[in-house]
Design a protein. Structure first.
Length: 179
């Protein structure tokens, strides 16, 4: 039987699922470039080592990379509440404030789960600690305990938003070595 994980370990297990089952995250982020640093209920901190394939023609981080990180960060903030199925995006917005960095820099992100719906905010700081961008992300997340009968989320591992075993319990193959 799977064990109950800490919010950080559980969020890392959900990230493993993104890397195993998604088309975008493994190609854009790769397992050694993106890291979940910590998570607590409703908040996740992460970082990305910026590489050339994350940049625009001016050699700074591409707005599309930041938008993808808002989407992923929002999903991980939902996951930090114990939900393995993180819902589907209904709205995503990014405001670009300053250069986010160049290859060799580390971009840090923090995603916070809102108080209503699955509204998340994500902020990014560059390697100088300056606010580089902020985003908002609204997701439809099934209420706790409600089964997803509409195939909006993967049922490979989960039958409901919390999974069969409840919050913070990930499939064993995704929960190994996440602490």
């Amino acid at each position: 039987m799977a064990k109950k994980l800490s919010p950080t370990a559980f969020t890392k297990a959900v990230m493993r699922s993104f890397m195993a089952d998604s088309g975008l995250e493994p190609r854009l982020l790769g397992p050694s470039r993106f890291r979940v640093l910590s998570a607590q209920t409703g908040r996740v901190d992460f970082e990305l080592d910026i590489h050339k394939d994350h940049t625009n023609r001016l050699n700074t981080i591409h707005g599309g990379t930041l938008a993808s990180l808002v989407d992923l960060g929002g999903s991980l903030a939902v996951a930090s509440t114990g939900r393995f199925a993180t819902g589907v995006t209904t709205d995503l917005n990014v405001t670009y404030l300053s250069p986010g960095g160049r290859p060799g820099d580390v971009l840090k992100g923090t995603a916070v789960f809102g108080k209503t719906l699955a509204f998340t905010t994500v902020t990014f700081t560059n390697s100088k600690g300056q606010l580089a961008a902020r985003g908002s992300h609204t997701k439809f997340a099934f209420p706790s305990g409600q089964r997803d009968d509409h195939s909006l989320t993967s049922t490979r591992y989960v039958t409901g938003t919390m999974g069969e075993a409840g919050p913070y319990v990930a499939p064993p193959e995704l929960a190994e070595d996440v602490d």
